[in-house]
Write a protein that binds this ligand. Sequence first.
Ligand SMILES: *Cc1c(COP(=O)(O)O)cnc(C)c1O
Length: 484
Amino acid sequence: MRYLSTRGHADRKQFCEILLEGLAPDGGLYLPEQYPVVDAVTLAAWREVYLKQGYADLAFEILSLYIDDIPADDLRVLCRKTYTAAVFGSPEIVPLKKLQDAATDAAQAGFYLQALSNGPTLAFKDMAMQLLGNLFEYELARRNEELNILGATSGDTGSAAEYAMRGKKGVRVFMTSPNGRMSPFQQAQMFSLLDENIHNIAIDGVFDDCQDIVKAVSNDLAFKRQYKIGTVNSINWARLMAQVVYYFAGYFQLPESATGGKVSFTVPSGNFGNVCAGHVARMMGLPVHQLVVATTENDVLDEFFRTGFYRVRVGADTHETSSPSMDISKASNFERFVFDLLGRDAAQTADLFGRQLSDKGFFDLSAHTAFQQAATRYGFVSGKSTHSDRLQTIRETFQRFGTVVDTHTADGVKVAREHLTPGVPMLVLETALPIKFAATIEEALGRPPERPPGFDGIEALPKRVKIMPPNVALIKAYVAEHAH
Ligand SMILES: *Cc1c(COP(=O)(O)O)cnc(C)c1O
């Protein structure tokens, strides 16, 4: 399997070559030359693998279709090392929880949460990042190279990256975050890591300042080369690929999967990485009826799927909501789906995402036949959820089912209910645990969420963090001093 760029002007590469790269050199995103398609016989075999041998072996089956340049035995070891019950809290790794009462039972085939948030940082980003940590360590050792990861986070990505890379040979993490703006729990998670290869940098500024710094450093090609600067952001194909696995695992836990029935997923979405993995799973032959994109007040994606109009927001137009991990001004993985939607026309994709977005800040596919196919051929529909929807959904889900959901998952539950199809089970991806966003849970329920075992008192642990002004030269000096 080789990988191409959505903009058509990059060399085709093997998996391990794109593993350590971000964007393709032509500004596009990497995708496999074609999606491997599996038939009903293979699906049935994979179901047995998951139910009898476990998630890690299912991950190996799927990943080995995308990776030619890691020997099979090594890849299996990497999968087994990553997806363990000890790290992810249960032998299923991504168990389903049925939200069941008389009303839902009568209405349709089943309404479930798929738990993706029982990894070390209690958000779904661990599912891919834990694998990425092991892949990086493996590949860097093989090449005898080192990598300094420079990132910006408003919460979930940074901690997932740090927990995945801590103690890994050949990798250092320099993670910038806006000083004082993450939740106390998120700050405690990150800053209590005392590993030598983890560097927390709290920037006096907002998240955009952190992102600008990372961009400025990455644009200094000489510095980037000298200090082997890399990233772990959500456009990395390896992260997306790892997420494909849990769509299959969710389906295989349903009784319907034994007979080849259909399933729908609702995905709380921001940068479109998670739901794009669902699209890939569907392209591979997973019998997905619909992929429901749930957004917050920052409804760039909902607007597109309703109207065909994709309009990037400016900073002042991007709201700070109570589902902060979905607060985006543009969806960085969306180009991958649009490339497929346009029949993989790289010239047209480059025109939309290169020229039109930078010239006008929007593009309009409403009159394009491909736009109708987003729903009819690719199964995409969407909806939006606001702060008051979120509070109401958290309350109602607790009252009816005794389950407390986090704010992002609540957006998913709210939108999923608007897109139920009789006879088709609905799986809502649970993207974080409520403890990470305790203030809003308390606002909804009048009491704080439960703390999972092992997280008691983390706010009181010793912290290691360097507070710095938003100054690119100073950040570079800090990286240079510690990158050896
Ligand atoms: C990152 C994140 C999302 C958004 O996922 P995308 O892949 O960016 O669409 C949703 N919920 C939570 C809790 C997250 O951390």
